[in-house]
Write a protein that binds this ligand. Structure first.
Ligand SMILES: Nc1nc2c(ncn2[C@@H]2O[C@H](COP(=O)(O)OP(=O)(O)OP(=O)(O)O)[C@@H](O)[C@H]2O)c(=O)[nH]1
Ligand SMILES: [Zn+2]
Length: 298
């Protein structure tokens, strides 16, 4: 049976001191009444029992509050069974090195699709700016309007901090991109504040994925997803990508039923040719739609 760590808001409630204080971490297990309902990192839960957080105490999770968002992935692109990754996140921070390792635009595209599908914001965090310029990558993503930040080891992080404060942010990035460097700079004492939360899915079975929630000193959480190396997108419907393109979405009513928006009979081509939308936007939309197919860890 899984045990989860739950952070209690520190006593003092809404007051300033309350917000800045360290939360109490309570070890809790899912109550039987919850049945098959899974609990994922970021979930807000109701506890009963011993919530003192003292060693060897155990509380029970009796309720999972309604989620404001759910970042999901599927095992692979042919699998339509979606698996929850993080609940209630506000943004997905895609950490990409500008060099060493080189950027992988297809992976970035796929992560953006997952964020669109979850209806959460994205932020491109471009690291290792001492090794390569950001211009090319930034230009590539400009039509999508995704905000970005350029950082380097030892450099200022004010802007990033500002975007993270008071929010729940999921950090994703491949090995070596500098994610740990970033996390250590953002959360001094990361070791102490670490909250290991096991993702429990489906029938109470543990997945191999475990995420780590770290509380930011300024308020807010960053959720590191070390086990999530790839994001299968088999569960993402075309419509869920298209809604992120309001400038094109309306024109799609003229498309044939079940249009993939990739073929010759797609109405979006004419819409753009007639000057109603930016061709670069359609190109980006199609790139994202295409990124959902094929191998997912490229
Ligand atoms: N030149 C340069 N090197 C950096 C920068 N940030 C991190 N590194 C180096 O890149 C290497 C990988 O950094 P990590 O922070 O461990 O990367 P990670 O993404 O956490 O990688 P994993 O731990 O494998 O998941 C280390 O040798 C860092 O010192 C940077 O801005 N510039
Ligand atoms: Zn179409």
């Amino acid at each position: 049976m899984g045990r989860d760590e739950v952070a209690l808001p520190s006593s003092g409630g809404g007051g300033r001191r309350g917000r800045d204080a360290e939360p109490v971490l309570v070890v809790a297990m899912k109550a039987r009444e919850l049945g098959r309902k899974g609990i994922v990192v970021g979930d807000r839960v109701a506890l009963v029992g011993d919530v003192s957080g003292q060693p060897d105490t155990l509380a029970r999770i009796v309720r999972v509050e309604e989620r404001t968002s759910m970042l999901r992935r599927s095992a692979d692109d042919n699998d339509e069974v979606e698996r929850p990754v993080v609940a209630n996140a506000h943004q997905l921070v895609i950490v990409t090195a500008l060099a060493d390792p080189p950027p992988r635009p297809r992976m970035i595209d796929r992560l953006l699709v997952a964020a669109f599908d979850a209806d959460i914001e994205s932020l491109l965090c471009l690291t290792k700016s001492d090794l390569a310029p950001a211009d090319e990558l930034v230009a590539f993503y400009a039509p999508l309007g995704v905000p970005y930040l350029v950082v380097s080891k030892g450099g200022p992080l004010d802007e990033l901090r500002e975007r993270l404060t008071g929010r729940i942010s999921v950090l994703v990035g491949h090995s070596g991109v500098g994610k740990s460097t970033l996390v250590n700079a953002l959360v001094p004492n990361a070791g102490r504040a670490v909250s290991h939360v096991n993702a429990v899915t489906g029938r109470g079975r543990h997945t191999s994925t475990s995420a780590v929630a770290l509380r930011l000193p300024e308020g807010g959480w960053i959720i590191d997803t070390p086990g999530v190396r790839s994001f299968g997108l088999g569960h993402v419907a075309v419509e869920n990508v298209l809604v992120a393109f309001p400038d094109l979405n309306e024109a799609a009513v003229a498309c044939p039923k079940g249009c993939t928006h990739l073929g010759d009979d797609c109405a979006l081509d004419r819409f753009v040719a007639e000057g109603h939308a930016d061709p670069a936007r359609l190109e980006s939309l199609r790139r994202l739609l295409t990124s959902r197919e094929g191998s997912d860890d490229d």
